[in-house]
Design a protein around this ligand. Structure first.
Ligand SMILES: *[C@@H]1O[C@H](CO)[C@@H](O)[C@H](O)[C@H]1NC(C)=O
Ligand SMILES: *[C@@H]1O[C@H](CO)[C@@H](O)[C@H](O)[C@H]1NC(C)=O
Ligand SMILES: *[C@@H]1O[C@H](CO)[C@@H](O)[C@H](O)[C@H]1NC(C)=O
Ligand SMILES: *[C@@H]1O[C@H](CO)[C@@H](O)[C@H](O)[C@H]1NC(C)=O
Ligand SMILES: *[C@@H]1O[C@H](CO)[C@@H](O)[C@H](O)[C@H]1NC(C)=O
Ligand SMILES: *[C@@H]1O[C@H](CO)[C@@H](O)[C@H](O)[C@H]1NC(C)=O
Ligand SMILES: *[C@@H]1O[C@H](CO)[C@@H](O)[C@H](O)[C@H]1NC(C)=O
Length: 356
């Protein structure tokens, strides 16, 4: 609990002050404060599934042993998403029998959702009509609107908005993703500070919208964002990412391919800063608007991070992609060979084995 408390303290110190100053960039505490405590294990990040297991995984995506409907109007099996998840027997869903499909009819579901079982798919009607919302600040383990725990691997969400309406002033996570092999299609993630905690495991985000201001995609996950729209609502000192790779041995990092980066203010959001020293973030073929601060990145107050963090871009375009004013230590002109591992979901997150 000590390290958790330390983390909370350190993170809260980073809250953007509404006025002036660079208090936000004073990172003391982040390194003394220790790390997130994970439930379960992050071992999945480093391991490659066997071929047989891979075959089973893809079948899970195609057929479901069980379909449950959640409908606020009372016409489904449940009116709350969590009740549907609770009704699924634990680990009932791994293996050849397929997973569990939970269809969520249009509505605004005011609840916090915890996914702690394998093979769950949450399917909304459209992100604009199926909305899961909560207003939570980081005060406890599960303050996020949705938390896919380490025990909730092989997770899929489609066509759903996850939002945290807390607003500025504290860490307010919309989605915390700690389970391995989680995929999001056509989802919207909306908050202000720390919208997505991509914590541990391999994850895929396709055609998603992510809105936030401060460090709004962060964590030590290995994630592939494809054709997503990232929209910064920062008016000053914002950062699209704060990756948290702790050690050179971690294979983690965020890769953004064919994404749009926009924002509500010109030049007020950097692409990222290193939450932990070995942070790794690459933007490839992304359309960067002038919302991107020309410097691109910063070292979060620790010059030594410049030697360990890897921040790069490859074939990006748009006004915000200009590299003439970038910090000297960023990788602004990655070669095709350097970029290659980051460019496909197959290469970056072993997609062939678990993504349809
Ligand atoms: C859901 O409701 C339908 C219609 O009442 C019913 O046929 C089905 O068995 C229910 N499924 C579950 C998993 O409860
Ligand atoms: C999962 O649980 C449901 C409901 O109890 C059951 O109908 C189904 O057969 C179970 N599937 C497996 C693979 O155990
Ligand atoms: C998700 O929504 C889009 C339109 O918004 C629709 O074309 C697609 O079929 C939906 N997907 C699912 C799985 O319902
Ligand atoms: C990027 O923006 C363009 C222009 O608005 C749009 O046509 C395209 O669909 C967007 N792509 C993504 C991934 O958001
Ligand atoms: C970015 O988000 C703000 C706040 O929700 C919104 O007003 C604006 O239209 C969004 N920008 C784009 C390009 O979607
Ligand atoms: C990162 O590496 C450290 C040191 O080897 C290890 O303790 C930690 O579990 C790794 N984390 C991840 C997410 O791989
Ligand atoms: C790039 O984004 C800008 C808005 O920032 C948009 O006007 C333009 O159409 C986009 N270009 C492409 C090729 O998507």
């Amino acid at each position: 609990m000590a390290s958790r408390t330390a983390l909370i303290t350190s993170v809260l110190l980073l809250v953007v002050p509404s006025s002036s100053s660079y208090v936000k960039f004073d990172l003391h505490g982040i390194y003394t404060g220790g790390r997130l405590t994970h439930q379960g294990t992050a071992a999945g990040v480093e391991r490659t599934p066997s071929t047989t297991e891979a075959a089973v995984r893809s079948r899970i995506r195609l057929q479901a042993a069980l379909t449950i409907t959640v409908d606020q109007s009372g016409k489904g099996n449940y009116t709350k998403i969590q009740d549907a998840i609770n009704a699924v027997p634990k680990n009932n869903n791994s293996g050849s029998a397929g997973g569990v499909l939970i269809k969520i009819m249009p509505g605004t579901y005011s609840e916090k959702v915890i996914v702690d079982k394998t093979g769950i798919s949450l399917i909304g009607t459209s992100a604009s009509s199926t909305i899961v919302t909560w207003s939570g600040r980081w005060t406890s383990e599960d303050s996020a609107t949705i938390h896919v725990r380490c025990t909730g691997s092989d997770f899929v969400a489609r066509n759903i908005t996850f939002q945290n309406t807390y607003g500025p002033g504290a860490q307010a996570i919309a989605a915390r993703v700690s389970g391995d092999k989680a995929a999001f299609y056509g989802c919207r993630f909306v908050s202000f500070q720390d919208t997505i905690l991509d914590e541990t495991g391999r994850h895929y985000y396709s055609n998603c919208y992510v809105e936030g201001a401060t460090d709004f995609m962060f964590g030590n996950g290995k994630a592939f964002f494809e054709k997503c729209h990232l929209n910064s609502t920062s008016t000053n000192g914002g950062a699209f990412t704060a990756h948290g790779r702790e050690a050179e041995a971690n294979k983690t990092g965020f890769s953004f391919v064919d994404c749009n980066l926009t924002g509500i203010r010109v030049g007020k959001s950097i692409l990222g800063r290193p939450w932990f020293p070995y942070a790794r973030v690459v933007f490839a073929r992304c359309n960067m608007s002038n919302a991107v601060d020309p410097v691109g990145w910063n070292n979060w107050g620790h010059p030594e991070n410049e030697r360990t963090a890897f921040f790069g871009q490859f074939q990006c375009y748009g006004e915000g992609s200009r590299t003439d004013a970038r910090v000297s230590w960023s990788h602004n002109h990655m070669s095709p060979a350097e970029a290659k591992p980051f460019l496909t979901k197959e290469d970056w997150v072993d997609g062939k084995e678990w993504i349809n």
